[in-house]
Design a protein around this ligand. Sequence first.
Ligand code: PHE
Length: 466
Amino acid sequence: MLKNQAGDAKRDSLHGHWSSRMAFILAVTGSAVGLGNIWKFPYVAGENGGGAFVLVYLICVIVIGMPVMMSEILIGRRGRRNPVATMELLGKEEGSSPRWKWVGGMGVVGGILILSYYSVVAGWTLAYIVKSATGAFAGASAAAVGAEFDSFVGDWRQVGLTHTIFMALAIFVVARGVERGLEQAVRFMVPALLLLMFVLLAYSINSGYFGQGVSFMFTPDWTKLTWGSVLAALGQAFFTLSIGMGAVMAYGAYLPEETSITGASAAVVTADTGIAILAGLAIFPLVFANGLTPAAGPGLVFNTLPLAFGQMQGGVFFATIFFVLLAFAAWTSAIGLMEPAVAWIVERFNRTRAQATVMIGLLIWVIGFGSVLSFNVLADLTFLAGTIYDNVDYLTSNIMLPLGGLLIAVFAGWVMCRNSTSDELGNSGNLFKAWRILARFVAPLGILFVLLKAVGLLDWVASLIA
Ligand code: PHE
């Protein structure tokens, strides 16, 4: 029997297990692949000038995202509890402090805040299923598609309604539990989404502006790169991989002992990054072909893709399927966003899974109205990063996730002893060494540097010394 550090039998999860290695990879991929890849990546890349941002994002994914994801999964599997309890337990077990539980706590809060706006945008995709199916975009001009989007998000009742429907769907699957709820949804969705992305890509290649799109995405113009965009790239890497807030940690808690964490992480990171790049390649040529601006903000995808579908043979069909798949992708991600909070309530307050899900779901639904109103009634209410939506997004993606990732890397790299981590990762020589260097030095220092640089603290300290 496998032993843990304290010498007793390995712990078991209280919420069941994934039925196989593939089921785990599918679930984490389902959580990773979502609006972050198809809606957020193109719009954030567009706002930050393209090429240089994309390059920094890719570097962040490889040297920070990958080791943090491995750290998060290994911590989750070793603790086998919700992220709060896992961090507390391992903090004590590794001879450090139970206060590490606050890292889990920040993740619980982060997931709630992210889902509060994520659900609003997921609601847009629900509305777009109906709009597409009823032919609203068939042959429509860029101006008409844009007007349709503006009038839709401008009406808080419609946005509020679709947000409500999406939250109801999320509550429904999460309440059903680990295996029945999560696995099945992903099995068809990811391959189908991939297929549709290729259809869009083919269309995009034929648009005559493919070269311009590719060059926007991959020719770095370093003059456009500010420290703010570097932080945005780092935040996007965390957001799209679902790391830094305990979602992957919670999933790791249900992972069977023998599964390779390195292999699973590599598979997820590859799939997730591939889909984001595909989305960019499909979208930017269309942006240029139609004289739109890449810096259009959160509406970018909703303004470009319906336009492309509207001109395509069989466009009504493809557009409908596309938004159905996007809604599915958002759905499987929403599950990951709720899981830390739900698992925590179940374990800490002895609630049933259904009760915990409804409680957390209602809380998120209410907070979500801050973002619902950010696009209409309260659009002019701006402070710090912008509207309420902008602020929740900035706080979570650019601060909480990187900070969570930093602490997770420090915990796995410095607090946990070498034996504990090599036991979980399988001491596979150079791979383990490489992970350890990335988790101990590269990831924490990289995150810290970017965070400090972006808020200007580093320059302030330097000016004090000089
Ligand atoms: N990774 C998801 C996406 O790209 C969002 C997410 C973040 C899901 C954090 C779970 C946890 O859409």
